[in-house]
Design a binder for this molecule. Structure first.
Ligand SMILES: N[C@@H](CCC(=O)N[C@@H](CS)C(=O)NCC(=O)O)C(=O)O
Length: 218
């Protein structure tokens, strides 16, 4: 098995958390070819997005599908709870992050430069993000998203919180979690977990490198 992608993607980081929680040894490798839309990579993922998991001569795409596949293939340490209602709630949190948090957040990343910023677009994305976070707040129940155990919901939430904390201050939100204390509490709890902390350290390193390269290239 190998996982195509790069650390600085919330979708890739989600799968990496599942991989690490399960104690699996699945290498993270860059997409083949030049860029995600190269013919080589499009043959693996026709949508040209990361991540993709290569296994058994086939490719599995979509981060949540990959996480669920790994949970079925390696059931020893589950990331989906045993109870059907709890499983539904874990999936709601993961899906809400996909539908109502990450698209707005990624939209804001294109507006980092205050000089060229489109104020109307930023206001729209911030409102979208607030709705997404307000909704998620009602499904979260600490210390992890679903209580005492690490689940699929945390795989989605940890990378989302990482990027929220890194990038929202640029748009004027000083205390990023002030209006969303449950999400903030999960984020604090997660950062104290050794497995999560180790991945976050690598993501921080990758982000520093990215910022340095960006500054060097003007
Ligand atoms: N729904 C997909 C989203 C994956 C995604 O959008 N990945 C981004 C990286 S953060 C990407 O590959 N973007 C490249 C592109 O859209 O061209 C998943 O959950 O895997």
């Amino acid at each position: 098995m190998k996982l195509y992608g790069a650390l600085l993607s919330p979708y890739v980081a989600r799968v990496l958390l599942a991989v690490r929680f399960k104690g699996l040894d699945i290498p993270l490798v860059p997409a083949p070819g030049v860029g995600l839309k190269s013919p080589e990579y499009l043959a693996i993922n026709p949508y040209g997005k990361m991540p993709a998991l290569e296994t058994d001569g086939t490719a599995i795409i979509e981060s949540e599908v990959i996480c669920e596949f790994l949970d079925e293939r390696f059931p020893e340490r589950k990331i989906l709870p045993g109870d059907d209602l709890a499983r539904a709630r874990a999936r709601i949190i993961s899906r809400a992050a996909d539908l109502y948090i990450l698209p707005a957040l990624l939209g804001l990343l294109g507006q980092m430069n205050p000089v060229s910023r489109d104020a109307r677009l930023v206001a729209e994305k911030m409102a979208e993000l607030k709705r997404g976070r307000d909704g998620l707040e009602t499904f979260i129940d600490g210390p992890w998203c679903m209580g005492t155990g690490f689940t699929l919901a945390d795989c989605a939430m940890v990378p989302a919180c990482f990027f929220l904390e890194k990038f929202l201050p640029a748009f004027g939100g000083l205390d990023v979690f002030a209006d969303h204390p449950r999400m903030g509490a999960v984020w604090r709890h997660a950062q104290n977990d050794p497995m999560v902390a180790d991945l976050l350290k690598q993501m921080n390193g990758a982000l520093d490198d990215f910022m340095r390269r960006r500054a060097a290239n003007g």
